[in-house]
Design a protein around this ligand. Sequence first.
Ligand code: NAD
Length: 260
Amino acid sequence: MPDYSSDFDGDTVVVTGATSGIGRAIAIRFAEAGATVLIADIESEPKDADVPTAEYIRDQGGTAEFVQTDVSDADDIRAVVEKAREYGGVDVMVNNAGLFIGGSLFDISEEEFEQIHEVNAKGVFFGCQAAAEDMIDRGVEGSIVNMASISSFVAQRDQIQYDSTKAAVKMITRGAALELADHDIRVNAIGPGQIATEFIDGWSEEAPEKASTDGLIKPVPAGRAGTPDDIAGAALYLASDDADYVTGEVLMVDGGWLTI
Ligand code: NAD
């Protein structure tokens, strides 16, 4: 595992959806690499751990603060970026928060469609906007990492409302990368495959079993479900100087799922 500690010393990193799952792992890894981390989440209590993320990081000697944030509200996102100014401003923005609502084309209500798009797509758009405004104001060559999915590329049954949000994340990433290249701000995304979290209730229990069988649409070539840490490593890489010439990319971290 690369050592990124010198890359993020003194940096401020905002991670949305960092109370649980993938976002929590990303926040902890950035803190271990020297960053001050703002945990921007609608929930303060983790679904999958006993100690809230910011408290855990502080217990380990790091610097972190929880900021109650609903990413579907652009004012909330601007408020967390404003909060980051107290620590010097946003150097890295990770737009990770997301939710899942399953159901067929005929099951989904207008409210459910709006809710999932407001969190998963609108939240990422305004996360990019708020972070980029702050970085440009301060003349910082920052980095933005968005959470896409295998669903950005393939349709899965009963997920049309979710898949369409993740396709939007892919194009928000590419569009923002194009526009922000003039300011030396890089924008990339990660495309996780089947990651064992509580994203869908009970999925963390089922995922390792299902990943290696054809219980899903198809088995994962790597023969296992991914872990939140698999995704955290990719986030640190994309935000690091090692990725200085990488922008507009969706880095798949899916154990080879999209290759077959
Ligand atoms: P999770 O449910 O464990 O974590 C999601 C986090 O987002 C939670 O802390 C939750 O409180 C927060 N959140 C939800 N709505 C929010 C809102 N309106 N404002 C702020 N925070 C909010 O799920 P996860 O698996 O860690 O998912 C994280 C991201 O990864 C999501 O964008 C998801 O779409 C994506 N993803 C997950 C998988 C997977 O298999 N788990 C695969 C592909 C992509």
